[in-house]
Ligand binder design. Structure first.
Ligand code: IMP
Length: 477
């Protein structure tokens, strides 16, 4: 008989709900921060895009990095591809927004909010017909204001005298950067007060990026090349990281003295997490068989429900902290596909890695298709985006390696398509607002507090159907 037979069933995110706690007056969406610290790498948002060739390349790493998250470039890319992408991201400097989306003074609050939902920019300048700047509509201000949707947007705009403004239309980016050391943005007007451009602090800051490696020979050269290119974190990407290979990689990586954090995974048990912590991993990645394209459970009956895996890893994390004083952050990877999943995951994990979720966006690497499944690069026509797992025939490039590889290989991931959700920014911003709203319900100002204070509760299967889902009504079309 097996050494142990666990009869308690594994749990996933959607089986839990978050309970409310006392919320103080200042625990608002504007004040709540979602910063996280992954072994010294600070992110303003706790999101990593999966190291999958259908998901993360330059466009995704850039778009997510701009929003404060972290793109992880797949280990399946050649060293050259990984390095050139890191260099491009590190060399990226957006500079001024020369043509900001602007509204006229007669725009209503409702109209501006819809524009914000479409573009995801949370600040919209208001100007008259001659483009003379009148004020700034700020989504944060709107959330606090008591105004009705039909009111003029000017009613709640921030007035010019309260804004960081320069009337030097020829200001250089270098000069603007100096001003941005103390401000989050700078509005540039000409001598007549007309809007010329805006500079945002986050657009002139360096964008973080991570690179995945495997434990196969050659990893050291890859690490060295990525470090030279300016990478911010190395991620050891294995489906099962509880083994001798990963521990050797951790040990040798530490000897390289790069000064960068190493994130290692994946593990799904208390023992696996403890093992990697003791070997010196700075961050640990949790999950197996829960990925949206994953067939591992079907093929090998191996894996674990992600919340159970995470809860066991967090037990190991607590004990390791008590014993050594070192806090090893946890990244949950696989099966997180909605804001609700993210909220429950973040009650335990320090960050979430997502593949399927990010695959839905225009910036993902998968090919784009129209409604007839024909390839298209015309953005408005895109209905579907291709997706595939790193363990799929496609990612393993079996056509290239021929039938010798095919004899021993079995796929652990599918290839398919997902619906196009458009650009990353607006949807991610909306999901960030949902997460902040949940933190507010739980009375938490940041993710540290949330991990320490949140109370989550299991639901019965029946409750899962009823709670949170509409019932006894006909939904309006
Ligand atoms: P998702 O967010 O649910 O789509 O899960 C993404 C995760 O699935 C990745 O970060 C990997 O850990 C995992 N994954 C990627 N490709 C494969 C595969 O081919 N088989 C099994 N798991 C995979």
């Amino acid at each position: 008989m097996a050494k142990k037979v666990v009869l308690e069933t594994g749990k996933t995110f959607g089986e839990f709900c978050l309970l409310t706690n006392f919320t103080s007056r200042d625990c608002t969406l504007q004040n709540i921060k979602l910063e996280t610290n992954l072994g010294g790498l600070k992110l303003s948002q706790p999101f990593l895009s999966a190291a999958m060739t259908s998901v993360t390349g330059y466009e995704m790493a850039l778009a997510l990095g701009k929003e404060g998250g972290l793109g992880v470039l797949p280990a399946r890319l050649s060293v050259k591809e990984q390095v050139s992408t890191i260099e491009k991201i590190k060399g990226y400097e957006m500079g001024f927004v020369e043509d900001p989306v602007t509204v006229r003074e007669n725009a209503t609050i409702d109209e501006v909010v819809r524009l914000i939902e479409k573009h995801g920019h949370s600040k919209v300048p208001i100007a008259d017909r001659n483009n003379v700047f009148l004020g700034l509509f700020s989504f944060d201000r709107y959330l606090e204001a008591s105004a009705t949707p039909g009111d003029d947007a000017t009613k709640i705009m921030i007035k010019p005298q309260d804004l960081p403004i320069t009337k030097n239309p020829d200001i250089s980016l270098e000069e603007a950067k100096k001003e941005l050391s103390e401000k989050n943005y700078l509005i540039v007007l000409d001598e007549l007060g007309r809007l010329v451009k805006i500079a945002f602090k986050k657009d002139v800051e360096k964008i973080p990026v991570a690179a995945a490696i495997s434990t196969h020979s050659g990893w050291k050269k890859r690490v060295q090349a990525c470090v030279d290119a300016g990478v911010d974190m190395i991620v050891v990407d294995t489906s099962d990281g509880f083994n001798e290979f990963t521990s050797e990689v951790i040990e040798e990586f530490k000897n390289l003295k790069t000064g960068l954090p190493i994130c290692v995974g994946n593990v799904i048990t208390y023992d696996g997490a403890k093992f990697l912590m003791e070997k010196g991993a700075d961050v640990i990645k949790i999950g197996m068989s829960s990925g949206s394209i994953c067939t591992t459970q079907r093929e090998k009956a191996t894996g674990r429900s992600p919340m159970t895996a995470l809860l066991d890893a967090s037990q190991a994390q607590k004990e390791f902290l008590d014993k050594t004083g070192t806090y090893v952050p946890l990244v949950i990877d696989g099966g997180v596909s909605s804001a609700g999943d993210m909220i429950i995951a973040l009650a335990v994990a320090d960050a979430v890695m997502m593949g399927g979720y990010f695959n839905h966006f225009y910036e993902a690497e998968g090919e784009k298709m129209d409604e007839n499944m024909q390839l298209t690069s015309h953005e408005p026509d895109i209905r579907y985006i291709a997706t595939w797992g790193e363990g799929s025939d496609r990612a393993r490039n079996l056509d290239r390696y021929g039938h010798v590889a095919r004899k021993t290989f079995f796929a652990e991931g599918e290839e398919g398509t997902v619906e196009n959700w458009g650009r990353l920014k607006p949807k991610l911003k909306q999901d960030i607002r949902k997460i902040k709203a949940a933190l507010s319900n739980a009375g938490c100002m940041n993710l540290d507090e949330f991990r320490n204070e949140a109370v989550i509760e299991l639901m019965s299967t029946y409750s899962q159907e009823v709670v949170g889902n509409t019932h006894n009504m006909q939904v309006k079309e």
